[in-house]
Design a binder for this molecule. Structure first.
Ligand SMILES: [Zn+2]
Length: 457
């Protein structure tokens, strides 16, 4: 028996959770396994932190990727803009050339028309002359000129003059025809030039529209890249929030681990005290047995022993046995009042009454959320529990003055003593007023449920 207690002390002091058999304050086993749980939870948080960190690094890489893409697209857009504006300048130039050429063509057309008119006029004149020459009027006048000759040489002279006049008319006509041909040729050349200019213009306009559509594409790509960057930034923001939350959780977990370690150390110290007391009791028992064997008439020792046994087996003052489920009995005693309507008001809990110094224990593993003196509840402790994902709140009221053993933020374990039964606050006679809420406690006590059937009583 000594050996097992000693073993327990060592195990507890080292903070190793293990199978500790019998004779052990059960809280130590709980403490050790819950320390493991807490360390496991802390490790989970650290893993999550690593995960979030690597995600953040990944997002940062993606952002710089997107930025690179953006700057190359920006360069292309600038290049396209330059090309578009130079194309635009060329288009304006070509348009000017086209309109100049068109004007020139128009002028030539006017000139050609004029020359044609002159040619026609002269043609008319020549035809008229030829007619008068052939018919009578004109011919007579030429003949008159010839016939009026005074001598043969005079006749020859006159003949030459007539021929010169006719020839001159013919020359002018020829020159005019040549002019007309030249003009027509220039006009044809200008028309060719115009059509080549118009071709160039349409090519330039085609180029401009292709550049514009390329630019539109790049603008769309740029908008997409900017949207992508925004999205990554938003994702990073939520990752940073998660990171901050995880850091908070880690701090809370470390605090809980620290509390748990000091609890373990305290439990080990208590176990050591218990071990020494047991050794002392055994030593006394052996001394008493020896004295009895010596056949002495002393009767002190047996009565001492029986007194010890009596006090340790007195049910009213002992800590209740810890049940195996999620909940355990919060105090030994009898149920003096159940949950329900009582004297016109709702009694939100169960009253457990007993006499003597009765320990009150946490009904389940949890965290103390309040520990204070209330005018109605008296000395009271509130504990929050998370059981299979459901939050429960337990309330332990009317504890004896100065008996509260836990403070807010403290981690407590099923069966761990948190105070002693009393009669403080709005209470008649010593009892524990115990409430169980599914969810958070509220002033209306709307979450209160009957603990009977859930918490062993
Ligand atoms: Zn009550």
């Amino acid at each position: 028996m000594n050996k097992s207690i000693l073993k327990l002390t060592v195990v507890a002091a080292l903070g190793i959770s293990g199978v500790v058999v019998a004779q052990t304050p059960k809280t130590i086993a709980y403490a050790a396994s819950s320390l493991n749980d807490l360390n496991q939870q802390k490790e989970d948080i650290e893993n999550k932190q690593d995960n979030v960190q690597s995600k953040l690094t990944d997002k940062n890489d993606k952002i710089s990727d997107v930025k690179d893409q953006q700057s190359s697209v920006k360069e292309e857009i600038q290049r396209l803009n330059t090309a578009i504006s130079s194309t635009q300048v060329k288009i304006i130039e070509k348009k000017e050339q086209v309109s100049t050429t068109k004007e020139e063509i128009k002028k030539l057309e006017e000139q050609i028309a004029e020359v044609k008119k002159r040619i026609e006029k002269r043609n008319e004149l020549l035809k008229e002359r030829a007619r008068s020459y052939q018919e009578t009027g004109g011919a007579v006048s030429y003949i008159d000129v010839l016939m009026g000759a005074q001598s043969f040489s005079d006749f020859i002279d006159r003949m030459g003059a007539v021929a010169t006049i006719v020839e001159a008319d013919q020359d002018i006509l020829k020159e005019q025809e040549a002019d007309k041909k030249l003009l027509e040729q220039s006009q044809a050349e200008l028309k060719a030039k115009l059509s080549s200019l118009e071709q160039m213009l349409s090519d330039l306009e085609g180029m401009k529209s292709s550049l514009n559509s390329q630019k539109k594409e790049k603008d769309n790509l740029m908008a997409k890249l900017e949207k992508k960057e925004d999205d990554i930034h938003a994702e990073m923001l939520s990752l940073e929030e998660e990171e901050a939350l995880l850091a908070d959780q880690k701090v809370a977990m470390e605090k809980a681990i620290g509390l748990e370690k000091s609890r373990l150390a305290e439990a080990a110290r208590q176990a050591e005290i218990a071990r020494k007391a047991e050794l002392e009791r055994q030593r006394k028992a052996q001394a008493a047995a020896a004295a009895k064997a010596n056949n002495s008439g002393e009767t002190n020792s047996p009565s001492n022993t029986s007194a010890n046994t009596e006090s340790s087996s007195e049910p009213a003052v002992s800590t209740p046995a810890v049940s195996s489920g999620s909940f355990t009995k919060p105090a030994n005693g009898y149920i003096s009042s159940g949950l329900g309507q009582r004297w016109g008001t709702f009694h939100a809990g169960v009253d457990i009454a007993a006499t003597g110094p009765v320990p009150i224990v946490a009904a389940a593993d949890g965290v103390v959320i309040r520990s204070y003196t209330s005018s109605s509840y008296g000395e009271v402790v509130f504990i929050s529990h998370s059981i299979d994902g459901q939050i429960y709140t337990t309330v332990y009221a009317h504890m004896s003055s100065g008996s509260r053993l836990v403070g807010a933020g403290q981690v407590v374990h099923k069966g761990q003593q948190i105070g002693t039964m009393g009669n403080t606050g709005d209470s008649q006679g010593q009892h524990l007023h115990f409430e169980l809420h599914r969810g958070e406690w509220n002033a209306a006590k709307s979450n209160a449920i009957n603990p009977i059937g859930i918490v062993p009583m």
